[in-house]
Design a protein around this ligand. Sequence first.
Ligand code: NDP
Length: 330
Amino acid sequence: GREVHLVARPVGEPKPADFSVVERVAEQPGAGEILVRNEWLSVDPYMRGRMNDVKSYVPPFRLGQAMDGGAVGTVIASESPEIPVGTSVLHGLGWREYATLPAAKARVVDVDRAPAQAYLGVLGITGLTAYAGLKEIAPVRAGDVVFVSGAAGAVGTVAGQIARHLGASRVIGSAGGPEKAARLRADFGYDAAVDYRAGDVEGQLAAAAPDGIDVYFDNVGGDHLRAAIGALRNHGRVALCGAIAQYNATGPTPGPDNLALAIGKRLTLRGFIVGDHSDLMPEYTAQATGWLANGELKVEETVVSGIENAPDAFLGLLRGANTGKMLVRL
Ligand code: NDP
């Protein structure tokens, strides 16, 4: 099988030459281990941070070795009585066609309830991120006006719909380009859309929310965070989820110069990492499966085929080539 190595640490925007697709014979499972044929790989923005040699909440990728990340696949050899051959599992050894790992590090997924790749997206970390942000970090209350940036992406397409389920009266999303802005309203339950590539995020947000906003779910940082701080009403809440506008930055990026408004407006700005909120998973899964079953939660995926195209999928993700969850199908 093949696997993708990081061979150079990107400076600024990553490029194809930073990656190498390498042939490697899959290891047979030892006692307590399983061998998985991966079928779906996740590529995620946080992986950009792992390409830098810096200390963070996840360790950096190592040069010349297979990267890792979310994957789902089928067990094809097993030395574990708990997980027999034929079982579908979710695990952390993505970026490769075959993975050998302890059964204890895999989670069995029910592919009768949802397609396998849903466990990398709406029923996985992606969906839980949107839910934790709007339920616990910057809780949405009935009647709130909610603004979501990165709204056409994996987390964002789910977040807008969850905001509505949690009682928001108006949901505004921001995405890059007129097509994505149109889809926010047509397909993902947003009432109004900001196309940030057209410029003047602040003005567009003011037009979409003339009386201000109560909650901001931040996937982008930078100009979006500045605009949101300006638009927030007293006691407004911000879930700091991501700052993708600066992930490729080569030097310090300016913070919002209007942060002092948070004082007079009594704002709460709170960062979070989804891994700390796995206690919400059962509650979220129960609700999300219900919404999926009755059509109240629409899911979008962008699928790239073949391990050799996994680096391109990742590069595309950073440039906005995806709508909804970016996936690699093997
Ligand atoms: P997305 O599916 O949203 O993909 C990334 C998107 O970012 C692209 O589609 C692109 O959309 C947008 N983008 C790229 N560059 C810029 C820019 N300069 N300004 C504005 N938008 C940009 O990825 P995810 O849904 O997986 O992740 C969304 C965010 O959530 C990321 O910031 C990620 O780091 C964060 N995250 C945080 C977690 C946590 O635990 N805190 C967990 C999971 C995700 P467009 O075409 O609209 O530009």
